[in-house]
Design a protein around this ligand. Structure first.
Ligand code: BGC
Length: 759
């Protein structure tokens, strides 16, 4: 870490909601003979840094969101090429972002700071010395060689509400030498703990790609509406030809249209999601916001002359710049779209931290959502750095609140309680990161936090070992729960808590073993036994009937190993009966959804799992796909069969949690999974069904690319497998006449054989 000479500086005035963003600048001299120059930048707010008229780096919404008081990320950039001999200018625009702006449904702001504040430290290396130019409060009256602050085109900005940019007021050259900043005012120092500064270790949030508009329509209100064909997180880039000076363009964002073609803005709740651009009157103007972000597929444009063309707007996809690592494709277009929807919901919800949704007045790091989706997340993208950072925040919040928080960073003022699936993210998320990347550090680092959570829960168990008091989310968002009460699921919330606790205690035993924590291991073996016995006693009959007979209850009991072999077989039949009896629709919420198809597969009811996968009637896996969904929804019936939004107050069209099904799709349909931490042992075991004739999946494992492709052609099965260097694969060939199982090392392998059965 560099020695920090810089201080945080701000404008003297606190930020009111809707204030213009402060622009900061300072002039300094550079001598000939610069060898190298590095600048370190962070802010309370979101910062766009400039040097001599150029933007520094391509990160947006930097420094992202962390538990700022303890961890504030500092970006480091090589700026050698941007310096020149003589006068130079460095500067920055700081938006409100997460530190200053409105967050949560209360839209309360100033969670961390009452105004945007900037921190910049430039280190210029000459042959014989290093010179440092850094943020510091101005002398009074301020000179140009001081840091000064002034207004620019960004008139208002907020992550939820949007950005207002007045191009008439943007000062050309404000961050370059020669600009007259005598009207700008002095900066003051802003008090902030330097101990919070960390060099950033997470991939920045970036503009990842641009999508072309696919259709322009006119809303019943008369305004043009533009469809980008995909629900994304980001913003739009606009191009204006020959605008009138002062032409005022308002852009409203939404995820959906109403059946009459008007913008459906209800899913944003109180987030205004509205940008405004006021034109300068040049021949051609281009603009996009940088201090806000929206979850949207459609925009409505007010103030445009005539109808925009498809080329006037592009959608800019913005999220954490992680490497893609997982793919799936099959012979079925709907299944491919379902999988794509999970990928898109993941992209749209990994914006610095893993969030619940990108559009409404939340976008919080809910523990339960990432916990439900974690197996899909680790397959689809390299999430190691983003989630390691988020876990740090989770542990900070746990320490400062004395209990595992419901979201991290925590700004939700309601007290948290230890809960299943939300709270136990502190055990399962590190465990899954270890499984994927094979590195134990994450377990070691989170071990005290895991213990604090599990030991706290242990104190709450009754004498039978049951976790049956206190708040639980349970099988959140069960489609049979009353529309406005997603927590009122039909599966007993304490059954869900007990089942998840058994998964957690089992993981604790394994983690203690890996870390050589022998004493703790004994403690968790004992706890695990108590919890499992408790489950058996309270929730399962001798025969294997799980209390209340819900799909979620059976799925958890089967997948978490809570039944004897005989009970398991019987429970599988009952589960099959429940699913088939309801016509293969979905009757589970967050807790059950990742496990129902697995439980069916494990107990010999693959056909039922496929029937469920391909059911299109509401609520089902494919229903949203038939309704044109391009992301996973918060509830299966978020858009009702008549095309109207289900007005529940909890109707996001972009929640990845239910996209957890994509994990079963790649493991069972695609047939690729890992059998050892870090993928050193691979299992290839596709289970064709559902009328599919081909499927393929691939994954960039820590050892390299692994892939499986199976195709049915003229009664013949062809299976192609790629095993990366350093791995071995156990290959269970699907529908092989002799049930062939092979073990193969690195390289490409192919089998072709006549199919058994009735394919
Ligand atoms: C979020 C969920 C979250 C839940 C828990 C919601 O508002 O969007 O996905 O897990 O609250 O209370």
């Amino acid at each position: 870490m560099p020695q920090w000479k810089a201080q945080f500086i701000s404008s003297p005035k606190p930020c009111e909601e809707g204030d213009p963003a402060p622009y900061f600048r300072k002039t300094f001299d550079v001598e000939p003979g610069v060898r190298h120059a590095t600048v370190y930048v962070t802010a309370l707010g979101v910062v766009e840094a400039h040097l001599n008229g150029s933007r520094i780096g391509d990160a947006v919404l930097a420094p992202g969101w962390t538990a700022y008081r303890e961890r504030l990320m500092v970006a480091e950039y090589d700026v050698t090429d941007l310096l020149s001999t003589g006068p130079n200018v460095m500067g920055a625009i700081v938006g409100e972002g997460w530190a200053v702006g409105a967050l949560t449904w209360n839209k309360s702001n100033h969670h961390y700071a009452d105004r945007p504040a900037l921190f910049m430290q430039l280190e210029i290396e000459y042959a014989d010395r290093t010179e440092i130019v850094s943020t510091a409060p101005s002398s009074a009256p301020a000179k140009d060689s001081d840091w000064v602050v002034g207004p620019g085109g960004v008139r208002a900005n907020g992550l939820y509400d949007g950005e207002v940019f007045d191009a008439q007021l943007e000062q050309v050259g404000w961050a370059a030498p020669g600009y007259d900043a005598t009207a700008w005012w002095p900066t003051i120092s802003y008090d902030w703990p330097m101990s919070s500064l960390r060099l950033s270790s997470v991939p920045p949030i970036r503009r990842i790609e641009e999508l072309a508009a696919v259709e322009v329509t006119v809303s019943p209100t008369g305004y043009p509406i533009i469809d980008f064909g995909q629900n994304i997180s980001g913003w739009v880039h606009l191009t204006l030809n020959n605008p009138r000076r002062g032409q005022d363009i308002t852009i409203r964002h939404a995820e959906a249209l109403k059946p009459d073609g008007a913008l459906e803005r209800e899913t944003n709740r109180t987030a205004l999601a509205t940008d405004r651009y006021i034109a300068a009157g040049h021949e051609r103007e281009e603009w996009e916001p940088r201090f806000t972000i929206h979850g949207f597929r459609y925009i409505e444009v007010e103030g445009w002359r005539g109808l925009p063309s498809l080329d006037d707007f592009r959608a800019v996809v913005v999220h954490s710049d992680m490497d893609r690592t997982g793919w799936f494709e099959s012979s079925d277009a709907m299944l491919n779209r379902l999988h794509e929807n999970a990928v898109w919901s993941m992209r749209d919800n990994f914006v610095g931290i893993p969030t619940d949704c990108p559009q409404r007045d939340e976008r919080l790091g809910w523990t339960g959502d990432v916990n439900v989706f974690i197996a899909s997340a680790t397959y689809l993208y390299d999430v190691e750095a983003v989630l390691a950072s988020w876990l740090s925040d989770l542990m900070i919040e746990q320490r400062s609140h004395g209990v595992m928080p419901r979201s991290a960073p925590l700004v939700d003022p309601r007290p948290s309680e230890p809960t299943a699936l939300w709270g136990d993210a502190i055990v399962n998320v590190p465990w899954m990161l270890y499984q994927e990347y094979g590195r134990r550090e994450v377990l070691r680092r989170c071990w005290p936090a895991m213990r604090a959570f599990v030991d706290e829960v242990a104190t709450r168990l009754d004498p039978r070992g049951l976790w049956n008091t206190g708040f639980q989310y349970g099988d959140w968002a069960d489609p049979d729960a009353p529309a406005r009460e997603p927590g009122q699921a039909k599966t007993d919330k304490y059954l869900v808590a007990q089942a998840y606790l058994a998964r957690t205690t089992d993981q604790m035993v394994r983690i203690a073993e890996l870390l050589g924590e022998d004493e703790a291991r004994e403690q968790y073996v004992e706890l695990d036994t108590r919890v499992r016995l408790g489950f058996q006693e309270a929730y399962v009959t001798q025969r294997g009937i799980v209390k209340d007979e819900t799909a979620t209850g059976y799925a958890l009991a089967i997948c978490f190993g809570l039944l004897t072999d005989e009970q398991q077989t019987y429970a599988g039949k009952r589960l099959r009966g429940i699913i088939a009896g309801r016509g293969h629709i979905i009757s589970s919420g967050f807790a059950g959804i990742p496990f129902v198809t697995d439980a069916l597969t494990m107990t010999g009811h693959l056909d039922t799992a496929y029937a469920m996968l391909f059911q299109t009637q509401c609520p089902s896996f494919m229903y949203p796909v038939t309704m044109g969904a391009t992301t996973f929804w918060e509830r299966w019936d978020a858009i009702l069969p008549d095309g109207h939004l289900h007005r529940t107050g909890m109707t996001s069209l972009n929640h990845y949690a239910l996209g957890a099904i994509s994990d079963w799709v790649r493991r069972v349909v695609g047939g690729l999974s890992s059998a050892a931490p870090g993928w050193s042992q691979i299992v290839v075991a596709p289970r064709p069904g559902g009328g599919l004739t081909t499927a393929e999946t691939s994954h960039v494992t820590p050892l390299g690319l692994a892939s499986v492709k199976w195709q049915i052609r003229d009664g013949e099965m062809v299976v192609t497998v790629v095993v990366p260097d350093g791995a071995t694969a156990r290959i269970v060939l699907p529908d092989h006449p002799e049930g062939l199982v092979a073990t193969e090392g690195p390289g490409e392998h192919e089998w072709a054989y006549p199919l058994r059965g009735d394919h």
